[in-house]
Design a protein around this ligand. Structure first.
Ligand code: ATP
Ligand code: LTN
Length: 336
């Protein structure tokens, strides 16, 4: 608890360009959470290093992600938006927790298995201990809730196991975090435009499957025109129509309409016009976001100020937990 509010923690890796899936499925739903919770949103740049980065690009991408959080509407005064690498306590607690994590547990992580197969030439120890760093992120802030997608549930489970194991030995040091489940209409899962059985993902090799937040108008229209649908011509939501259903989900999410309302609106409309309407709905959401992003990018000292302030705020809470952990473990305190 911070000032009578429960704590909520999440973040995204600073790799790749964010997609419409990241926005509609995560970022957009984060915007109002600070009303009820004390929120921390990290730019997870240490996690990004498990994959080789080009330094100059990486630096830009990480700062762009922070800027994008703000451009999307996360209030940087009411939310703590910060860089993971600016708070050394993350790396420190990660080491300490790794001594309470079993190799057998890490071996069972599906993301590790998938990523190790994908980057067979660089199966580094960081990729293996990724979940321990994630546990440190969450536990440092004594988070009660963590909004994460399905793919991250296993990492949250291991975080809880590590925290419980530690608490069983040393007393109540860590809050045990729970997944945050938003309202049903939130967190829509957005599928690839080219293969609607597959999640839209920033690392998809087929760029036509994903709408990136920085795509321009023409690119968005082109990608929707090419979107895979089906051979009958009915705009209806259903398991037998994954492509059309995905487009309806995107439309509903961008216009804040229900699927039923959207279905009614396109009753009798052909796929061509339907696709154009979805593209326009997406443009009307991404256009203002892109403008705000471009404006903020130029406000260097404003962004720098936010980084400084929020780094400090995050470090204050993180260090409080870290000091407690070190003391419990019996590490010698520095003489004052
Ligand atoms: P990668 O392709 O690098 O694995 P990703 O695009 O799948 O990345 P993550 O960085 O794993 O995205 O996820 C960031 C956040 O966005 C998570 O909360 C995740 O649940 C959400 N998210 C990602 N893709 C989608 C999607 N297609 N639909 C809804 N939510 C999504
Ligand atoms: N692994 C997450 C990103 C992430 C995270 C976290 C999410 C790193 N640390 C702590 C929530 C809480 C991902 O890839 N989406």
């Amino acid at each position: 608890m911070i000032d009578d509010k429960k704590v909520l923690y999440s973040g995204m890796q600073a790799t790749g360009n964010l997609t419409l899936g990241n926005y509609l499925g995560a970022l957009k739903n984060w915007l109002t959470l600070n009303e009820e919770y004390e929120c921390f949103w990290g730019v997870m740049d240490l996690h990004s290093l498990t994959v080789r980065q080009v330094p100059a690009d990486f630096r830009k991408k990480a700062r762009n992600l922070l800027t994008l959080y703000i451009a999307a509407g996360l209030d940087p005064v009411k939310n703590c938006i910060y860089f993971q690498s600016h708070v050394p306590a993350h790396a420190e607690l990660s080491w300490l927790l790794s001594c309470f994590t079993y190799v057998g547990e890490l071996n069972r992580m599906t993301q590790y298995k998938e990523k190790a197969a994908k980057h067979a030439d660089n199966v580094n120890a960081g990729l293996f201990t990724y979940p321990v760093l994630m546990a440190a992120d969450i536990l440092l802030y004594q988070a009660d809730f963590v909004p994460v997608g399905k793919d991250q549930k296993q990492h949250l489970e291991i975080t809880r196991d590590i925290a419980e194991r530690f608490n069983n030995i040393y007393g109540d040091v860590f809050t045990i975090p729970e997944p945050y489940i938003g309202k049903e209409e939130e967190g829509a899962k957005i599928m690839s435009l080219q293969d609607p059985e597959k999640k839209m993902s920033k690392s998809d090799e087929n760029v036509n499957g994903s709408i990136f937040l920085m795509d321009d108008r023409d690119t968005i229209v082109r990608k929707f025109k090419r979107a895979v649908t089906d051979s009958d011509a009915e705009v209806r939501y259903g398991e037998d129509k994954p492509g059309v259903s995905n487009l309806l989900t995107i439309y509903g999410s961008c216009t804040n309409k229900s699927i039923q309302e959207a279905e009614k609106e396109f009753d009798g409309v052909g796929y061509g016009d339907f696709k154009m309407a979805v593209a326009e709905a997406v443009i009307s959401v991404l256009g203002p976001l892109q403008e705000e992003f471009a404006r903020l990018q130029k406000e260097k000292s404003f962004i720098d100020g936010i980084i400084k302030e929020n780094d400090e705020k995050a470090a204050y809470f993180a260090n409080k937990t870290l000091r407690k952990v070190k003391k419990k473990l019996g590490l010698t305190e520095k003489p004052r």
